[in-house]
Design a protein around this ligand. Structure first.
Ligand code: COI
Length: 355
């Protein structure tokens, strides 16, 4: 039996589509959910009941393990519509791999390719009319899995739900970012779960982020747990800098290994830029800004796409990055990625998965 013949995916179409109620000219991130979702259950060591059903509430037990002990992971992926109506998902194979890496760290089962990628393709063909095609819009895809066992003892759940929901979206951030270097709170420590995309990493960021928001910042720039001297990521996205003639991104197991970050670093290397994945100290960045050698800086993520950083706050001082209009590297990346994702240029790296 081939890898694509193990699971049959049942489709129960909605009786009442909500599509006509959607204002595609006014898409707020994650507020509108498409008509269908994919749901699969894991019980007794096997995935069962893989089905595409109308989007809607699900029943859970108050003693469900994920609520109490946090076995919950997710991914963020985007699908785009070409001019001719073709639907293409951007590098979902990389998200599938990372999802299973997160699952292993949280002692959760793997989701097979046929359910994750095969199910995703089938879900998008069912909801193909939900993929927007205006410039800057896409269908945001949120696969997630959580432990469903009703039990209060601390142990890995013996049952799980894997679900994919989708949402037509525009930009996550509409303006260049003002980021605060966080020097007190910690997102992730060596040996922890920083590299995994689990719900807890986002829960712990909310309070420090709110404090930064109160000071007028959009987001935090997390630093390492032991010294708070090395830059990690922004929590909702990775960080990439152009310092001197190098394109540099912080690296290590305390940060999420983003698919957009990886894509941009691969592109930069293929265009002949010097690329580095390494520790970047706050001092190197601030000194570089002062010396005028930091010529580009941006957040990179599925939701964030590529959002320029305008200002960095560190120990009460504000440091301005060069004007966004003059940033050649990020402009070149954005143009290339837009052209590729909307099918306007050849897919030379094989990154578009056509539905
Ligand atoms: C994504 O970029 O897909 C993310 O998951 C970040 C999100 C929490 C906004």
């Amino acid at each position: 039996m081939s890898a694509t013949e193990n699971y049959s995916i049942r489709v129960e179409p909605t009786k009442e589509s909500r599509l006509s109620q959607v204002d595609f000219n006014n898409l707020k991130f994650g507020k509108i959910l498409s008509d269908h979702m994919l749901v699969a259950n894991y019980e007794d060591g096997a995935w069962t009941d893989v089905s595409i059903v109308p989007y809607g509430d699900i029943n859970i037990s108050p003693s469900m393990s994920a609520i109490h002990y946090g076995q919950a992971i997710f991914e963020g992926i985007k699908a785009y519509k070409f001019q001719d109506g073709t639907i293409s998902i951007f590098r979902p194979d990389k998200n599938w791999e990372r999802f299973n890496t997160s699952a292993a760290r949280l002692e959760m089962p793997e989701v097979p390719e046929e359910i994750f990628l095969g199910g995703l393709k089938k879900l998008l063909s069912t909801d193909s009319n939900w993929v927007p095609n205006a410039p800057g819009t896409s269908l945001y895809i949120r696969p997630f899995m959580f432990g469903t066992e009703a039990a209060l003892g601390v142990h890995p759940s013996n049952s799980y739900k894997f679900i994919i929901i989708t949402s037509p979206v525009g930009a996550y951030y509409s303006n260049p970012l003002k980021l605060k270097v966080e020097t007190h709170f910690t997102r992730a420590a060596e040996g922890g779960v920083g590299f995994s995309k689990n719900a807890g990493n986002y829960a712990l960021s909310l309070y420090p982020t709110r404090l930064a928001n109160d000071e007028g910042f959009d987001q935090l720039m997390w630093t390492d747990a032991s010294e708070h001297q090395y830059i990690e990521e922004a929590g909702t996205a990775n960080l990439i800098f152009r310092i001197g003639d190098s394109i540099i991104t912080p690296h290590g197991d305390t940060i999420l290994h983003g698919v957009t970050r990886r894509t941009i670093m691969e592109l930069a290397a293929s265009w002949g830029y010097k690329t580095e994945q390494r520790r970047v100290s706050v001092k190197e960045l601030i000194d570089g800004i002062k010396a005028g050698i930091v010529t580009d800086a941006f957040a990179a993520g599925t939701a964030a796409t590529l959002t320029p950083i305008a200002t960095i706050g560190y120990e009460g001082e504000l440091f301005q990055l060069p004007p966004v209009e003059g940033r050649d590297f990020s402009k070149k990346v954005l143009t290339y990625l837009d052209d590729l994702r909307y099918g306007r240029i050849a897919d030379e790296f094989g990154w578009n998965m056509i539905v």
